[in-house]
Write a protein that binds this ligand. Structure first.
Ligand SMILES: NC(=O)C1=CN([C@@H]2O[C@H](COP(=O)(O)OP(=O)(O)OC[C@H]3O[C@@H](n4cnc5c(N)ncnc54)[C@H](O)[C@@H]3O)[C@@H](O)[C@H]2O)[C@@H](O)CC1
Ligand SMILES: Nc1ncnc2c1ncn2[C@@H]1O[C@H](COP(=O)(O)OP(=O)(O)O)[C@@H](O)[C@H]1O
Ligand SMILES: [K+]
Length: 519
């Protein structure tokens, strides 16, 4: 599973922030390469050299205690990158060993040129792939996977499949160039494909769709995007409905607090949450709403939660809504509603939730048990107010809309449902997706596996509701909320470790994210 993701810029190639976040498919990426060659009047060999230089610069800057690189090169341009990287590392005095299919030399033009250059360097050992079986690799060697890139169009078989199976058993750090070999870049990779399992993937310029989905992302390890100066004009004019949420996009969404304001300027957030034994969910959602800037914050919860809520979130106002679970609601006017965390599914609560959803006009945030209630009453889905945000995890999504064969199909189903119901769907996961009624997909790249703990989702509901009440559009509230939630989780994990962070630590660290965002 990919963990912490970073974007590495060579200072000479800093992209226009509004362009960088598009997700392009392999064909578009190839066209982008071609366009760049014409626009910048460079040859494809020069672009490959630039890509290789960027990869080598990154490797040298980040990798410690490694003297030896074992570089596996295929016949296409991914292999060409590998040969060029081998030469450049050798020139920097690293010990380099290159493996390729010497029995079948039908390289692409660029790969062939770079292969010849490697061949002419006597200090670089050149081996056939088959020799890997008898190799004794030095400890601390690094394996670079340049076997296949985004040109892969079928299952790897025969000798190269065997090679990848062997490499997967070798206990050395493996870094894939552009994409792990064997992985299809734009969709689901069938289970019978053999794929190299990388610890890290250095990918040129573009995120690949495969990085974001659990079935394929698990092969990529830590992902590093290397900017190699592909044409901004091409990227700007490319059609895509899929985007990556990066800091540039967030800085564009974030509205710093102005001076001449009062609590009324920042909305009225109402969390409807909690039941006996699950008051913690109400506390987490309410605190997260407070910490993300809500002007006035209310929590409608059963009476059994009164003491704990008033003690743990004294800034919030309590709205008694039942004894041990929510039985009725008497909400303030103009409140922006977030409903679901820890509600339970008692018959009375069910009635209240369905009635509220049916009569509510303003966009609201719907999570957890409110979604479970909706999945038992699917005819109420059509009443969800237009532009509302629902935040299901995969199981909740399945209960609402049925099973999908894989996560890629789940996203397609979510797009159809978001359009049909005219709502935003926040599909939670390692890379949470925000899906708009226009069928756009925004992929989140903050967050970490330390957040896979009960209560993290409650915090997210509080954050998104708070942003919605502060006048962010539903789309921006969802994008900003998901990003900030993950980023706060990253700050918390850095301080306390992934194992030990709690959703409350995440909430505490929302402050760090806002500090970082200040212009
Ligand atoms: N994106 C960019 O900006 C750049 C990309 N470059 C590199 O170019 C790569 C793409 O190069 P290619 O299009 O040559 O693609 P590959 O290097 O992935 O190789 C594709 C070749 O392998 C064949 N092939 C596909 N699947 C196969 C299978 N299962 N078994 C056997 N043969 C198979 C194809 O028919 C084609 O001949 C990228 O991944 C990247 O590494 C860089 O060189 C330069 C810049
Ligand atoms: N492995 C992970 N990497 C990143 N984020 C994660 C991971 N696992 C869970 N999260 C995030 O934590 C939250 C969990 O939400 P949810 O499953 O609803 O939890 P709960 O309802 O128990 O609070 C989601 O925002 C999700 O994206
Ligand atoms: K590769």
């Amino acid at each position: 599973m990919c963990e912490i993701v970073e974007i590495y810029f060579l200072p000479k190639f800093v992209l226009n922030p509004f362009i960088f976040m598009k997700l392009l498919n392999a064909n578009q990426i190839k066209s982008a390469d071609k366009f760049t060659l014409e626009e910048q009047k460079i040859s494809s060999l020069q672009l490959m050299e630039r890509a290789a230089e960027t990869a080598v610069e990154y490797l040298i800057s980040k990798i410690r205690n490694t003297q030896k690189f074992c570089i596996f090169c295929g016949k296409g341009n991914n292999g060409g990158d590998g040969f060029a990287i081998a030469r450049l590392l050798y020139q920097k005095s690293y010990d380099v060993e290159v493996f390729t299919d010497l029995s079948n030399i039908n390289f692409s033009d660029e790969a062939k040129t770079n292969f010849q250059k490697v061949k002419s360097i006597s200090g670089i050992d050149l081996n056939d792939f088959s020799e890997v079986e008898n190799m004794r690799f030095k400890a601390n060697s690094i394996i670079l996977d340049c076997i296949f890139g985004i040109g892969l169009n079928r299952k790897i078989e025969g000798k190269i499949e065997r090679l990848i199976q062997v490499l997967n058993t070798i206990n050395l750090k493996k870094i894939s160039i552009d994409i792990p070999s064997g992985l299809l870049s734009d969709g689901f990779t069938p289970n019978d494909f053999t794929v190299l399992k990388a610890d890290e993937t250095l990918s040129f310029q573009f995120w690949k769709k495969a990085f974001f989905y659990p079935e394929t992302g698990r092969f990529c390890g830590k992902i590093q995007i290397l900017n190699i100066g592909i044409s901004e004009n091409f990227i700007a004019s490319s059609e895509s409905t899929e985007y990556i949420i990066d800091e540039h996009l967030i800085k564009n969404i974030y509205q710093p607090r102005e001076d001449f304001v009062n609590k009324g300027t920042f909305g009225k957030t109402v969390m409807i949450a909690g039941s006996y034994g699950k008051i913690g969910a109400a506390v987490l959602a309410t605190k997260a709403a407070l910490k993300s800037g809500s002007g006035l914050t209310f929590c409608a919860a059963p009476k059994c939660g009164y003491n704990v809520l008033q003690n743990s979130a004294p800034e919030a106002m309590f709205i008694e809504s039942g004894e041990n679970f929510i039985e009725f609601l008497d909400l303030p006017e103009d409140g922006v509603l977030g409903i679901g965390p820890g509600l339970g599914t008692e018959a009375d609560t069910e009635k209240v939730v369905l009635n509220l959803i049916k009569n509510q006009k303003m966009p609201m945030v719907i999570d957890a048990d409110a979604l479970n209630i909706l999945s038992k009453n699917k005819d109420f889905l059509k009443y969800i107010p237009t532009n509302s945000i629902i935040t299901p995890h995969p199981k909740e999504f399945e209960r609402l809309f049925g099973a999908s064969k894989n996560a890629f199909e789940r996203t397609e189903l979510a797009k159809r449902k978001a359009k049909e119901l005219n709502i935003f769907i926040v599909l939670k996961g390692h890379h949470t997706q925000i899906i708009s009624p226009e069928k756009e997909v925004f992929y989140n790249i903050t967050g970490n596996s330390g957040m896979a703990k009960g209560g993290s989702g409650d915090a997210l509901t509080g954050i998104i509701t708070s942003f919605l009440s502060q006048n962010y559009s539903p789309k921006n509230a969802a994008i900003f909320g998901v990003w900030l939630h993950g980023k706060a989780g990253d700050f918390a994990a850095e301080k306390y470790s992934k194992e030990s962070i709690l959703p409350s630590d995440l909430i505490e660290n929302i402050a760090e994210v806002f500090k970082d965002l200040q212009p």
